[in-house]
Each structure stands twice: as C-alpha cells, then as structure tokens.
Design a protein around this ligand. Sequence first.
Ligand SMILES: Nc1nc2c(ncn2[C@@H]2O[C@H](COP(=O)(O)OP(=O)(O)OP(=O)(O)O)[C@@H](O)[C@H]2O)c(=O)[nH]1
Ligand SMILES: [Mg+2]
Length: 441
Amino acid sequence: MLSDTIVAISTALNNSAIAIVRLSGDEAFDIAQEIFDRDLSKHKVNEMIYGHIVKDGQILDEVYLVKFSKGRSFTYEDMVEINCHGGVYITREVLNLCLSKGARLALRGEFSKRAYLNGRIDLAQAESINDIINAQNSIQAKSAIKGISGSIAKLIDPLLEKIMAMIGMIEVNIDYPEYDDVTIITHEHLVPEVQKWIKELEVMIQKAERFRIVKDGLKVAIIGKPNVGKSSLLNALLKKDKAIVTEIAGTTRDLVEDSVVLDNITLHLIDTAGIREASDVVEKIGIERSLKAIEEADLVILLIDASRPRDDEDQRLYELVKDKKHLVVFNKTDLNGQVKGMKIAAQKGEIDELLDYFNNLCLSNLSLIDEDILNNERQIALARSSRDTLKEVLKAALNGVDLDLLSSDLYTAYHDLSMIVGKDYEDDLIDHLFKNFCLGK
Ligand SMILES: Nc1nc2c(ncn2[C@@H]2O[C@H](COP(=O)(O)OP(=O)(O)OP(=O)(O)O)[C@@H](O)[C@H]2O)c(=O)[nH]1
Ligand SMILES: [Mg+2]
C-alpha cells in the first residue's frame, strides 16, 4: 500500500544544532497534529510554523514544522518536516512519538521511491539525488544537480519519441490496414532511421564513457616486467611510500591499490606483480592478478626499463595490452635518456610528462560537463543494450525480414532505453496510439 504514512530521521544521527524528522503519506498532517501544540489547520502549507512537540502533556522540544501538500511535495504526498533540536536522544524521541501515533518507519530510500512511483521524478533523477549526497568534488556535484533537474530525460526523450513513432506506424499498418491517414512504412523508411538512431546512441555512450573518467576518475593498472620500477612509480604518483621497493625482482606479489587526486583528475592506481615465467606459487598467483587487473583497468601503463635493452618479454607484454587503452612509459631514464616515447625516472620523482598526460586527458573532456550526459554504468549499459538491439534490427531489415517481425525488437530497444528513466513502455505505446492516431473514433 502506497499511502501508509512513513517517517524517518532525514539528517545524520549525531548531536547537532538541528535535525529533521520527515513524515509522508495520507496521515502525515493528522499524526503531526497529534504531537504538535499549534492548530495546523490555521497555517498555510510551506510555512515555517513555530511550536512545541508534546509527549504525555509535557513539552518535549521546541521546533519549527512545515506542511507540504499532496502534489506539491517531494513525494507528491502530504508531507511534514519537523525541524527539532539535533540531539540524538531528542530526535529519536520525536521519531518514536510519530511511530506511536501510527506512522511506519520508512525503508531505505523510500521517500525517493515514492517520489518516483508517484511521478514526481524519474529513475535517473532518483539516482542523481543519491549522487549529489555522495558527491566528492565539484564535477560530481554539478553533474548530479543537472541530473536532478531532468537532464537524462531531456537527452533520451527525443530518441524515444522517434522510435515509438516508428513502432506506432508499423503497428497501425498491421492492425488497421484500412486506416489510410498513416504513412505505409517500408524497409526504405526504416533502414536510414535505425542507422541514425544507432549513431545517436554511439555518440551518447562514447560521451558518457569519456565523462565518467572526469567525474569518477581513471582506473590505471601499472604493469611490466619485474624490477622495471612499477612500485616506484606508484609511490611517486601517490607521493608516499605505499608499496615496498627493492632491487630484488619479484618484490611485489599482490596488487597494491590507492587513489590520488591530481589537478584535474582522480586516479585509482593499481601496482601489480612483475610479469614473468614464475615457478614460485605465490608469485604465480600474483601474476594472475596482474593479468586480471589489465582487464579491469580503464588505462594500462606498460612500464619499460630504459636502462636495459628491449627483449621478447617486453614484446609479449606489449601484445597483452595493445588492444586495450594503454600507454608505454620508459622508466629509469636517468640511467639512459636515449629512448623514444614518454620518459620518467620514478625513483627520483621525475614524472612530469606522465602527470601532464593525465591532466590533459581530463581537460579535453571537461567541457562535457555542459552537455546532457548519461550518468552511471546502469544507464550506459541500457544504452549499449538498446544500440545492440537496433543493430540487430538493422541487419534483419537489410536482409528483408518482414517489418511486423522487426517491431518486437524495436520494442526491446525502446524498452531498454526507456528503463534509463524508468518509464513504462506499454503505457507509452497506448498513449501514443490514442494521442496520435485517434483510433476508435
Ligand atoms: N635509477 C633508477 N632506479 C629506479 C628507478 N625507478 C626504480 N628504480 C629502482 O629499481 C628497483 C626496482 O624498483 P621497484 O619499484 O621495486 O620495481 P617493480 O617494477 O615494482 O618490481 P617488482 O615489484 O619486483 O615487479 C629498485 O631498486 C628501485 O630503486 C629510476 O627511475 N631510476
Ligand atoms: Mg613492485
């Protein structure tokens, strides 16, 4: 049941000046009235009402209380916010009082869930509320606030409308052949449209992936043969002695991970065990983990010892990373500067070329903050899935498969895309058919 009245402490539970206890649901005003010493019916909504919370005839706390009415509140239900003093004891007492008058303790995220189910926000906006609470830098905060204002719907709605219009026309062609106001869709109509949609989605996905690096940082794995200076590079980037460095080949046997915030970008660094033919069982496991880290990284740094001649092992490692986003970096250039490519001397902290590379990588994508962009992995995965289905539709259309058979795949593509904002596509189709074709007139 949606309209039962829920209550929760909406602020962090520690001693502070003020805490907010929030009620939402049909009984919110009545429950508030039972514990508040002013007549709520005499006050307007959205007004800060001064008064007291009363328990067993005794004043419990001096508070400000605000009423928000159905359709105008965060949950679109009747809501009350009680601004009480922020002591843990007093806040809990106010909460318990609401519970004793019939409210139910809200589940995690239930206020936002109600806002979504009642049509106040879409799914992407709900995710953005979570993002703004967890934002750790100005870019994350800015992107979240755009998401809350509905930027994701703005981004995908035009495409959803085009796909739905096409499905609608195909359906009408099939189900109402006598309805002659509608364009008869042929493969020649469909193919260029689907091609355009695939392109749009490709751009959307690519931008989102580039922006994710700006927003959430870059996962970087440092790999190379033993002793090339991987751990020294990790330490130089972190500016601390995180990993053990020795002249013994095979010093690092497990992954060593840490993050660092540079001028423009956050790096999530993984130092790995040097990769070689190992007989030691522990080292072998370490090397397996190194190989896994390559798979999971956004960028792989292949570190090469500039003071030694290149050999087959270096070449083998290059083969391992060449199809991933990678960067070949020469270390120990204090011993030999005669190499072509990016040069560093990790042990001496001479890593400026690499730092410039990272900061520029982010700068080139920073302008994306001003665009409407998919916000997280879930959204990107749905966009990818929609694109892949459209590719199937395109292939089938080019092979002459009947349009009525293609329409169900178009539905799937539409559905995945619509799930980014959590829309119900069946309702959309019905709305669309009635609104645009006046069927049944
Ligand atoms: N001359 C010089 N020596 C370096 C440099 N970077 C690292 N070294 C030395 O190279 C040796 C190996 O360094 P590590 O950072 O432990 O190398 P690694 O790649 O992590 O080695 P494993 O963990 O065994 O795979 C140490 O003696 C470092 O002091 C550098 O830029 N110049
Ligand atoms: Mg090491």
